[in-house]
Design a protein around this ligand. Structure first.
Ligand SMILES: C[S@@+](CC[C@H](N)C(=O)[O-])C[C@H]1O[C@@H](n2cnc3c(N)ncnc32)[C@H](O)[C@@H]1O
Length: 229
């Protein structure tokens, strides 16, 4: 596991959006399976799409504590899992070691506001569950989507989920610009249909599916986009 990014102290962070890194670091250190141990519903759907594509090399972004990472690895995918919270990458590495799956997964510490550290065309697919709704502005999401496009091979898929503007938490708490709201210490970017459309730039849009997760329930979208051949 490589974790080269320096963690900022919340007090040193320049903006509330920057301070989210330290927040996630603390939250994920305090509870080993914050999002549960079972694979998420979008991971179950994505693995079927990846199988149809004949995908082997998968990039997972904002992997958290690895509930989906372990699932993808157990389905034979070669996973590269990225997260900027060291407590997240450490948790994934420990779980992989306990299951003897360490050689199937590369775990890296990386801030996704920075360019992806991979050559062009390195992956058949990219997957992220609730990363596109983190403390990232739309400009940062657009740069990330363009980076994902670069590291996908032609015909490769980018499957992401995000909380949407129809989520019950949309508009609650402190507003941080665009559709970013902070509640209970978490800043969430709720994606509108228009933002989803703008983030397809350079891709072919395959599908936008709506689903719910958790007790609130959170209202999310699962977006599948393809790098044109
Ligand atoms: C809502 S959690 C989801 C975790 C995991 N995908 C799951 O569903 O169990 C979002 C994850 O994204 C990570 N994250 C947020 N912003 C990030 C950034 N700029 N770069 C890298 N990781 C980030 C957080 O540390 C956290 O682990």
């Amino acid at each position: 596991m490589r974790h080269s990014i320096a963690l900022m102290d919340a007090a040193d962070a320049n903006t509330p959006l920057d301070a989210q890194q330290e927040h996630w670091q603390r939250i994920l250190a305090s509870s080993p399976d914050r999002f549960g141990t079972a694979a998420s519903e979008p991971a179950l759907a994505a693995v079927r799409a990846f199988r149809e594509l004949g995908a082997r090399r998968l990039l997972e972004l904002g992997a958290g504590q690895g509930r989906d990472t372990l699932f993808f690895a157990s389905h034979g995918l070669e996973v590269t899992a990225l997260d900027y919270a060291e407590s997240a990458t450490a948790a994934i590495s420990a779980k992989l070691a306990a299951r003897g799956l360490s050689d199937r997964v590369r775990v890296l510490g990386h801030d996704l506001r920075e360019p992806l550290p991979f050559p062009d065309g390195s992956f058949d697919a990219c997957y992220s569950h609730m990363l596109y709704c983190m403390a990232l502005t739309e400009a940062q999401l657009a740069r990330l989507s363009t980076e994902i496009l670069r590291v996908l091979r032609p015909g490769g898929l980018n499957v992401y989920t995000a909380r949407s503007t129809s989520d019950p938490d949309w508009g609650q708490g402190t507003h941080h610009g665009e559709n970013l709201y902070e509640s209970g210490g978490f800043i969430v970017h709720f994606l509108s249909d228009e933002a989803i459309e703008r983030l397809t730039e350079g891709y072919e849009l395959v599908s936008v599916e709506r689903f719910e997760e958790g007790p609130l329930p959170r209202r999310l979208v699962r977006v599948t986009m393809r790098r044109p051949d």
